[in-house]
Design a binder for this molecule. Structure first.
Ligand SMILES: [Zn+2]
Length: 268
């Protein structure tokens, strides 16, 4: 397996998780699941969304979470604007963005999730990959790729396609887990966002920024925030809240979000 950022195949061991081995690229530091097997997790089966992630049951929580992300997006590219969500899932982000006044569109690889978004939530979601969706160049003012890059075989290729679709003055929003987070350092192979059976790439701020920069994007906003907020108020929940707080204060939160503009071609 070669690194998606620098094409090097040199690496050193990073973590072991079950039967999976994660390695760190010796050249650029991007962590990858060296033992990743294509097809181990099927995104196209019904069970990925209904049973495993239980997204439907948590619809309201997700819409509320995405409402705060949408409010941040509006600070950089306010509605009315055309927003494309790549990897829509069941459509919670699109629902929040529609509520905020955006014209919303989505692409989702799971036919079941795309159908749910279309039929149950009346959203415009194409089932399939973004490359296969034949979308027009420069059509979108905002493109969101939230917790998708770590799953795809070739993030660089996806970002090139997204750059084509984004309007010249548009805003790209990328969210990925942070493998250099305090929670990952503490929990190691038990970290909830490691998921080596699904995540091929494990970014940290430096590798995410390098990939975005080399893909023709310039960062305008970055944050590393918590990804798993405890629901209860017991002792264990209190400890997790404290870890989350410290992590955010030292810039080592679990989930990174980067807002970018397109770098003009002559500045790359
Ligand atoms: Zn590399």
């Amino acid at each position: 397996m070669i690194c998606n950022i620098c094409s090097s195949s040199d690496s050193s061991p990073f973590l072991k998780s079950g039967t999976h081995e994660l390695v760190k690229c010796s050249e650029c530091g991007l962590v990858r699941t060296e033992t990743f097997r294509q097809g181990e997790t099927s995104y196209t089966g019904d069970q990925y969304f209904t049973l495993k992630n239980q997204y439907v049951r948590q619809w309201d929580d997700f819409v509320a979470m995405f409402s705060s992300l949408t409010a941040k997006i509006a600070g950089y590219k306010p509605p009315p604007a055309r927003l494309l969500d790549v990897g829509t899932g069941i459509g919670a982000l699109l629902a929040a963005a529609r509520e905020a006044g955006y014209e919303v569109h989505g692409v989702e690889i799971s036919p079941w999730a795309a159908a749910f978004a279309c039929e149950e939530k009346q959203l415009d979601v194409i089932a399939g990959t973004v490359a296969g969706a034949c979308l027009k160049s420069g059509e979108y003012d905002v493109i969101v790729i939230n917790h998708v890059l770590e799953h795809v075989e070739n993030p660089r290729e996806l970002l090139a396609e997204v750059r084509r679709l984004l309007a010249d003055e548009g805003l790209l929003v990328v969210g990925v887990p942070n493998v250099s987070s305090l929670m990952c350092a503490l929990k190691k192979n038990r970290w909830a966002s490691l998921r080596p059976e699904e995540h091929i790439w494990h970014f940290d701020p430096a590798t995410l920024r390098r990939l975005l920069h080399e893909s023709g994007f310039s960062e305008v906003y970055f944050e590393a925030r918590e990804n798993h907020v405890p629901q209860g108020w017991g002792f264990k929940d209190g400890i997790i809240r404290l870890i989350n707080l410290i992590a955010i204060l030292i810039g080592r939160g679990e989930a990174m979000i980067s807002f970018c503009h397109k770098t003009p071609l002559d500045h790359r």
